[in-house]
Write a protein that binds this ligand. Structure first.
Ligand code: ADP
Length: 412
């Protein structure tokens, strides 16, 4: 710019258009303006040095955008503990939190407030766990993480919450399960050792009592064996839960086999077992032994708990499933006492029984329907239970059909 101005004024002076003095003055003015401009452009970035960044304001759009993108509830706090921003998930679990207000006003959890204070004082992450009773009972883990030395004036504390409730529930279920399993095993074990003492003592010389006690001991030992067998089956099925069985099996043949096997029990209980729809092949991809177990459990239950209904029907059919695809359905229907609605959602829980004494008297372990549910889940299927008190119950196994049969049904 200076060279161009010098050439222009030089040319005008040489051509005699202007005198030397005005030419020099004009050049000087342009040079001064250029110099000031250059000083200003160098000075501009200097005013935005990294040492003096802007402070995070309330509802800072950048911080707000980052928090909104995070999957967990997160709150950003400034160095005083005032809320800079929070995402919608944080607002949902702590509706009293407001941007611009102190976190202690909206979150009255001493453990979390301590963690925030300690995080700020120690400049390290601090963790706290707390239990929230309302609106829903939930366990949370809160992590207070200080962020400093960034482009922010002062420091931020990021307060992130993680919902521990599902983990706690699984933990509780595991503890309950071990307690239940031990209790179930301890009962027959206590009976066995009691009878051993009796046989060694008072019943020593009494052959009739000995025979009777040995009979009870055998029944208790069989109960323990059944329980261990069911527990092992459950853990094996859970271990393979992610592996879908891939062998084509005909449900008609399986149901025929189950109904033949249980004929003796049915006769003993005075119940007639009728089957329908088993002549047409109904092919699913499955594990034959596991599916036999499913229908044995369902029919055995009907014979044990609903013998008063006098007959049990096993019906095979295909129908549209919940996903709109054709599926195989095997319904085991009895005409016994039925099940009250409050029990229905819990029947497939391990060790859940409507009547514990009756279940034990029938040789039940309380694991039959849990096994049924797990086996059907592994096959991509499900169990539905319908019952009206006094009018019997229907347990239906729903299973996806093997692909060629599906194609055939879709085409027809
Ligand atoms: P159990 O070993 O006790 O039979 P299950 O898991 O097979 O365990 O069944 C759980 C409970 O469901 C049984 O104890 C019984 O109370 C109830 N139940 C199952 N099937 C029937 C049925 N067909 N009619 C009435 N109650 C039933």
């Amino acid at each position: 710019m200076l060279v161009a101005a010098a050439v222009a004024f030089g040319a005008l002076w040489m051509l005699g258009t202007i005198a030397a003095a005005p030419a020099l003055a004009g050049f000087a003015a342009i040079a001064a303006a250029a110099l000031i401009a250059s000083v200003n452009t160098e000075a501009a970035p200097a005013s935005l040095t990294k040492d003096e960044p802007s402070a995070p304001g309330v509802a800072d759009p950048l911080i707000q955008a980052v928090l909104s993108a995070l999957p967990d509830p997160v709150v950003a706090l400034d160095h005083r503990g005032d809320i800079v921003a929070l995402n919608a998930r944080a607002a949902a679990i702590a509706p009293a939190l407001r941007p611009g207000e102190s976190v202690s006003l909206g979150l009255r959890v001493p453990e979390v407030l301590d963690a925030i204070r300690n995080a700020r004082a120690s400049a390290t992450s601090q963790r706290a766990e707390f239990f929230q009773r309302v609106p829903l009972e939930r366990w949370y883990e809160a992590m207070a993480t200080p962020i400093s030395g960034t482009a922010l004036k002062g420091s931020l504390v990021l307060l992130a919450f993680h919902d521990l409730t599902p983990l706690r529930r699984v933990e509780e279920m595991r503890v309950d399960f071990v307690a239940n399993a031990s209790h179930e095993l301890r009962t027959p074990l206590a009976a066995l050792s009691g009878f051993i003492d009796t046989l060694r003592g008072s019943a020593r010389e009494d052959p009739a009592a000995r025979e009777r006690f040995l009979g009870i001991m055998q029944a208790q030992a069989e109960r323990m064996a059944r329980l261990i067998d069911d527990l092992l089956s459950l853990s094996r099925i859970e271990l393979n839960a992610h592996l879908r069985p891939d062998k084509a099996v005909d449900l008609g043949a399986i149901v025929r086999q189950v109904s033949d096997t249980l004929q003796t029990l049915a006769r003993d209980r005075g119940v007639e077992v009728k089957t329908s729809g088993i002549s047409d092949p109904l092919v699913v991809l499955g594990d034959r032994d596991e599916l036999i177990r499913v229908f044995e459990n369902l029919v055995e239950n009907a014979l044990k708990y609903a013998a008063s209904g006098k007959w049990v029907e096993i019906g095979l059919s295909f129908a549209e499933g919940a996903d709109g695809e054709p599926e195989a359905q095997v319904a085991v229907r009895d005409h016994g006492p039925g099940i009250a609605p409050e029990h229905l959602p819990r029947l497939t829980e391990r060790f859940y029984r409507v009547d514990v004494t009756e279940s034990r008297a029938q040789g039940g372990t309380g694991l039959g329907l849990a096994l049924v549910k797990h086996i059907l889940n592994r096959h991509g299927g499900r169990l539905t239970i319908e019952s009206v008190l006094g009018q019997g119950a229907t347990f239906t196994a729903h299973l996806p059909l093997a692909e060629p049969r599906r194609e055939e049904i879709r085409a027809s």
